[in-house]
Write a protein that binds this ligand. Structure first.
Ligand SMILES: *Cc1c(COP(=O)(O)O)cnc(C)c1O
Length: 429
């Protein structure tokens, strides 16, 4: 084939609008040409360790052969068919496989394309459930500083203000309660109790155990169980947004596996397809589904996306589940967690480290700073640049540095990450 560019790659790059990017001040993006395992290479051959699994999506390594083969097989058998009025094996098999590992009250599986749409579907279903019944429950409860995506309802539920500030007037009504981190459990429980008792709320949405975009904020299962119990008592649906935490990140398949209570709704995406094909699933209890099951067509959930349940995505997800549930991958989860805990121990006496926390394969530390560092502030940018220069992909959040590697990463590369993190803390002032 002739060179497809009629213009240079640099000119073409000028046409691209990147996410979360102020193009006037941002440096040129790094051009990646290849990935394998936990490593990526740029156009000049420079090697990078992907210490954040490409925004938390890639557990089994880049360019994974096993998933690629499954995708190829599906692409050359049935690449796509509409899901309205039609169905297929990959979707049926994926539902059956997920049913086997999700909390056992999850009975119905609704497919979409990304984490935001998974949340959008969950919130719409909760609101319409009560609308169908003729009850006036039109509001949502969410945690402070939660992140649930960038579409409108997901954005409304999100509490990181500069993501949503411009749209304040156009969002559904959301009340926010404190996250039950150590010392704030009772305040969180009391706030929820007060709101739930009003009977005005359709659902409570939360990131179970780890709030990703907030900077890997972690809290215990106990208080979350208490919150879910209150919601059950008052008929408030509970929506576990496991878009980040799902598929092994917390050490178990799902963060909800640490709970005694079960959520009514779960949102899955990111690692679902092993970081290959965009896909999401919102899962529901029979009770939620039954609120739509009616002779009246208007009571149906009128939501859908063109690529809903794309067979190729389903095939990737099925291959991903094979990998996740393999002994080798389960051993990797234990191994990374042990390494993280050893590193945590070492950091606990570091004068520049304020706090350090670990859940599963996620490690986060807060650097001690004189004043609060903003989310995309200059300290954060200097850390980011340091990591890139040192061949490490880490995106700090303010003064929080976190590591969330692909599960197949070697001990040698993990050590390299740890050493570079220590160096960054010391050298960037
Ligand atoms: C990333 C994320 C989302 C949004 O997913 P997208 O695929 O980026 O739309 C929603 N919820 C949580 C918890 C996330 O981490």
């Amino acid at each position: 084939m002739e060179d497809v560019y009629t213009i240079t790659p640099q000119e073409a790059e000028q046409m691209l609008w990147h996410p979360y990017t102020q193009h006037k001040t941002a440096p040129m993006p790094v051009k990646i040409v290849r990935g394998e395992g936990a490593l990526l290479w740029d156009e000049n051959g420079k090697e990078y360790i992907d210490a954040i699994a490409s925004w938390w999506v890639n557990p089994y390594g880049h360019s994974n052969k096993y998933i690629a083969d499954a995708i190829y097989k599906q692409l050359t058998t049935l690449e796509h068919v509409l899901f309205g009025g039609f169905t297929h094996n990959p979707a049926q098999q994926l539902a059956a496989r997920l049913k086997g590992i999700l909390p056992d009250n999850q009975n119905k599986f609704f497919f979409s394309d990304n984490g935001s749409t998974a949340v959008e579907v969950a919130l719409k279903a909760a609101l319409q459930y009560y609308y169908n019944k003729g009850h006036k429950r039109t509001k949502i409860i969410a945690f402070e500083n939660g992140f649930h995506g960038d579409t409108f309802a997901a954005m409304a539920a999100s509490g990181i203000s500069f993501f949503t500030e411009a749209f304040k007037g156009s969002l559904i009504e959301v009340a926010r309660i404190p996250v039950p981190v150590a010392g704030k459990e009772q305040e969180s429980i009391d706030s929820l109790n007060y709101l739930a008792a009003t009977g005005e709320y359709a659902a409570f949405i939360f990131e179970p155990l780890v709030q990703g975009a907030a900077g890997m904020v972690m809290y215990e299962p106990g208080p979350l169980d208490a919150l879910l119990k209150i919601c059950k008592q008052y008929g408030v649906f509970t929506i576990a947004d496991e878009v980040m935490t799902g598929f092994g990140k917390t050490g178990k398949n799902f963060a909800c596996d640490y709970l005694t209570q079960q959520p009514d709704v779960m949102c899955l995406s990111k690692a679902l397809t092993g970081g290959t094909i965009p896909m999401a699933i919102t899962t529901f209890t029979q009770q939620v589904f039954d609120g739509f099951y009616n002779d009246d067509v208007n009571k149906a959930l009128f939501h859908g996306h063109t690529f809903t349940a794309n067979p190729t995505g389903c095939a990737a997800a099925l291959a991903g589940l094979d990998l996740l549930l393999s002994d080798e991958m389960q051993q990797n989860l234990i191994r990374i967690n042990k390494n993280h805990l050893t590193f945590k121990e070492r950091l606990s006496t570091h004068p520049q480290v304020k706090t350090v926390r670990v859940t599963g394969i996620i490690l986060a530390l807060e650097v001690r700073r004189e004043s609060n560092e903003s989310y995309y502030g200059s300290y954060r940018n200097r850390l980011y640049d340091f990591f890139i220069n040192n061949g490490l992909i880490i995106r700090p959040v303010g003064n929080v540095i976190y590591v969330l590697p692909p599960y197949i990463i070697s001990d040698v590369l993990l050590d390299k990450i740890y050493e570079t993190v220590i160096k960054a803390i010391q050298e960037i002032v």
